[in-house]
Design a protein around this ligand. Structure first.
Ligand code: RVP
Length: 497
């Protein structure tokens, strides 16, 4: 006879935290959000930790090298998506590891034959007003000039005017050699009162741009996620098919941690992949696995050597797995059960295997709830897709700015490896949708705001660390009527001006 759970499975919006005693010592600036990323034995320090409990989803529309740098600067970590060629994924990893704070690889480029209209389109899409003009229109091409909004007047110029006719030509630019230090670059910027300094190599190819506005910002990141050589930490998604080729390439490129990306992780495929990695690299290489939604799934992956375990099936904003296949579990219930299994495993074996709640975070307080329920960190897709740094296009829809966001199980992503059960190497049906999410500005501003709420709520619960929150949290179910009571009600809202 089938097994029946006695209780319905529930999600974050059905719970609230009940405040506990909070002493005067318990203030947001004293809260530490540091959390372990990988397994460790009792009494030992984890080999990898992050300073904030947030990682970005292993998705084409979320985690590329640009987002990875921005998130590492805030103390989190990205897993660069694996649904691309091994070479392209490795190159993204290399770009993060090579990244020098303050040195920007130009992402807004045109060739001299392109037009004012192209410049305006790129400016709108990227939000950047400094555009490099290179011979081939690509980031590393031979630099021929720069276009900024000082070079054109939309009201006075034809949209099809060629870039070569109005750019500031290379001969008239202040530029410097690729080996220039950040300090030297900033001295040049100040001496010449310019906003941006291009750095070129001996062949006049554009290597970096240094912006005046970035300098102060880069002095201030106290909580960055960095390795022993002060390079940003970065993770990479892998699959259970091409790991024998992909894993060595990613490690060679400098990936700090891997994660098997799959919609369903309680499988022999995952064990085979973990076995391969542990056999070839031992403990040196850290790899997470998932996704699972119950204690049995957790134990299977923990026993198989997973360094962390990811929880969540069907809760992602773009995910339609539950509708398509009828599998999944309410995210809160899944986290609560797996957290209990993680604690039992620790008691039994002395090994702590961190767990990650993946998908379904809609409100900032869901992050706090996930942590209080036992998650060590959370993975977010929709949340990060909304920011300037995500890899997708910003578009204007009926007067509102939106960013594209599509699932790895959508036809657009063509990520059959994530869903493959040993079939015929194609997606037989979609498990994700292609969508838009409201544009929300910079990652830094949003992450800081979210975490200020998390810290504040932790203080309400009398907790200065995540383990303390987990030990002290009092969590209550809420009725649907009391959910209505929780929002503004029985008032007419004034316009937000
Ligand atoms: P969310 O943060 O709610 O946007 O969810 C992101 C998560 O959704 C990912 O980390 C992944 O586990 C899951 N996902 C990604 N693609 C799909 C899909 O197409 N069904 N689901």
């Amino acid at each position: 006879m089938a097994f029946y759970y006695e209780e319905p499975s529930r999600t974050f919006s059905e719970y609230l935290l009940v405040p506990g005693y909070s002493s005067t010592r318990c203030i947001p600036s004293e809260v530490s959000l540091k959390t372990p990323l990988v397994r460790f034995a009792r009494g030992e320090e984890p080999a990898l930790s992050i300073q904030i409990p947030m990682v970005s989803a292993i998705m084409q529309s979320v985690s590329d090298d640009r987002l990875a740098v921005a998130l590492a600067q805030e103390g989190g970590l990205s897993f660069i998506y694996g649904s691309q060629s091994i070479e392209d994924q490795s190159e993204m990893i290399r770009r993060v590891k090579r990244y020098r704070a303050g040195f920007v690889v130009s992402d807004s480029n045109v060739s001299p034959d392109m037009t004012l209209q192209d410049v305006l389109r790129i400016t709108e899409q990227t939000g950047h007003s400094t555009i490099a003009v290179t011979e081939d229109g690509k980031a590393g091409g031979r630099l021929l000039g720069i276009v900024t909004n000082k070079d054109y007047r939309v009201s006075r110029m034809e949209p099809d005017m060629k870039v070569s006719e109005f750019m500031t030509k290379f001969e008239d630019l202040i530029y410097a050699d690729e080996d220039t230090t950040l300090k030297e670059a900033n001295d040049i910027i100040w001496d010449h009162k310019i906003n941006c300094l291009p750095l070129v190599n001996k062949k006049q190819e554009l290597v970096y741009l240094v912006f005046r506005k970035d300098y102060d910002r880069h002095k201030k990141n106290e909580h960055e996620s960095i390795d022993a050589s002060k390079r940003y930490l970065v993770g990479a998604g892998i699959n259970t098919r091409d790991y024998a080729e992909r894993v060595p390439a990613l490690l060679e490129a400098g990936a700090d941690v891997l994660c098997i990306d799959s919609s369903e992780g309680f499988t022999e495929w995952q064990k085979i992949t973990l076995d391969y990695i542990k056999k070839n690299y031992g403990d040196k290489v850290k790899v997470g696995a998932g996704n699972v939604v119950d204690a049995e799934g957790f134990r299977f992956l923990a026993d198989a050597g997973a360094d962390f375990v990811k929880i969540g099936i069907g809760g992602g904003a773009i995910c339609i797995t539950r509708e398509q296949k009828g599998i999944g579990r309410g995210q809160a219930t899944a986290v609560i059960e797996v957290a209990k299994a993680r604690d039992e495993y620790y008691k039994e074996t002395g090994i702590y295997v961190p767990i990650c709640s993946d998908g379904g975070i809609v409100h900032d307080y869901h992050v706090t709830l996930a942590l209080a329920m036992g998650a060590d960190f959370v993975m977010l897709g929709r949340y990060f897709a909304r920011f300037d740094e995500s890899p997708t296009k910003k578009v204007n829809i009926n007067g509102s700015y939106m960013k594209e966001y599509w699932g790895e199980g959508s036809a657009r992503a063509r990520n059959w490896q994530r869903y493959d059960m040993g079939g015929d190497k194609k997606l037989s049906f979609e498990e994700g949708v292609d969508s838009f999410v409201p544009y929300a500005g910079s990652l830094k501003d949003n992450v800081n705001l979210t975490l200020s709420k998390v810290r504040s709520t932790m203080c309400n619960c009398g907790a200065l660390t995540i383990p303390e929150l987990q030990a002290k949290a009092k969590i209550t179910l809420v009725s649907s009527t009391s959910i209505v009571e929780g929002g503004a009600h029985d008032v007419m809202l004034r316009d937000k001006r």
